[in-house]
Ligand binder design. Structure first.
Ligand SMILES: NC(=O)c1ccc[n+]([C@@H]2O[C@H](COP(=O)([O-])OP(=O)(O)OC[C@H]3O[C@@H](n4cnc5c(N)ncnc54)[C@H](OP(=O)(O)O)[C@@H]3O)[C@@H](O)[C@H]2O)c1
Length: 292
């Protein structure tokens, strides 16, 4: 039976550490970490994520501002917000909640954020630094996975890590981090995507399996090697008439059967999700601390 990798607990520890560090930064340098968030439209999932981020900021002693704009906001206005926050000394991190409506060029928006305030780690400068192994903001979900690996002492060197999904925000960066020649990484990495066909032939080889697809319960027990460590990034809603809301949230991994043969596994919810927010706070703190 697998050890449950408790992202909720680790995230709470990180947030508590950051709360102390933020108080000290304020006491000694009069700097309060500040995060600015732009939320466009009324996507219910985005609304929930933004609320969680604001609450996390408040609980950690960070300053946050949120601007909400309707779906038809012109791209120029989005860029105006970013210019304003780029120049604001009280803002150390800028986050534009994705996805944006189709008429807005997401890449243009991300590139407008100053790399020094790119706490989501989506800017090409951040992505380039990550690839080169240089210091820079690492996108929050991959950073959360690496932090869990470190804090749980999971052996990665020389292990085969299989990443399912190649998005710019999860799959690609986490694959790069796992392949780095450094402590808590140094893995042999395979990336799978929608053209992989039978992905089981790859996932069955994984000592460490990271799934970031967005397909409910697609990773079945017979696709997992005995003793594998599993990180399930997927967040998927499935209908459930017995649940109060009429749905429940599941990961990409068929948790119950898989936990019987894995050596360690992250649950959904309570695994990677809370870590993503903790790492957003961590990036925002680091950005603020650079102002000293
Ligand atoms: N826990 C968190 O904090 C957190 C953070 C971010 C995302 N997520 C969740 O993680 C999931 C992935 O997010 P994302 O933004 O990375 O998604 P995305 O941009 O939609 O990327 C999904 C990836 O999965 C691949 N894929 C799709 N079907 C596949 C299949 N049958 N076999 C193998 N690969 C397949 C796609 O391949 P192609 O490239 O070929 O299309 C793509 O690379 C979603 O459920 C999202 O909600 C969670």
């Amino acid at each position: 039976m697998a050890q449950i990798i408790d992202g909720k607990k680790v995230a709470a520890e990180i947030r508590e550490e950051l709360r102390h560090k933020a108080a000290e930064l304020y006491r000694e340098h009069n700097i309060k970490p500040g995060l600015a968030i732009l939320l466009v439209g009324n996507n219910p999932a985005s609304e929930i994520y933004v609320k969680m981020k604001i609450k996390a900021c408040a609980e950690t002693g960070f300053h946050s501002v949120v601007e909400r704009e309707p779906d038809d906001i012109p791209e120029s206005k989005v860029l105006d917000y970013i210019s304003k926050w780029n120049a604001d000394p009280e803002i150390h991190g800028i986050l534009v909640q994705l996805p944006l409506p189709g008429h807005i060029d997401e890449n243009k928006v991300i590139e407008a954020i100053s790399p020094e305030k790119d706490v989501d780690g989506f800017h090409p400068v951040s992505a380039g630094k990550l690839l080169l192994g240089l210091d820079g903001f690492v996108s929050c979900t991959p950073a959360g996975i690496m932090e869990l690996i470190k804090r749980y002492g999971i052996e990665t060197s020389g292990k085969h890590a299989v990443v399912v999904g190649r998005s710019n925000i999860v799959g690609k960066p986490v694959a790069n981090l796992m392949a780095r020649k450094s402590k808590n990484a140094n893995s042999i990495v395979t990336i799978c995507h929608s053209a992989a066909g039978d992905i089981g032939q790859y996932t069955r080889q994984a000592d460490i399996l990271i799934s970031a697809v967005g397909s409910p319960l697609m990773i079945k027990k017979d696709m997992v090697k005995e003793g594998a460590v599993i990180f399930d990034v997927g967040i998927n809603r499935v209908d459930d008439s017995s649940a109060k809301k009429g749905y429940r949230v599941v990961g990409d991994v068929d948790f119950d059967p898989v936990k019987d043969i894995a050596s360690a596994i992250t649950p959904v919810p309570g695994g990677i999700g809370p870590m993503t927010i903790a790492m957003l706070l961590s990036n925002t703190f680091e950005s603020a601390a650079k102002r000293i």
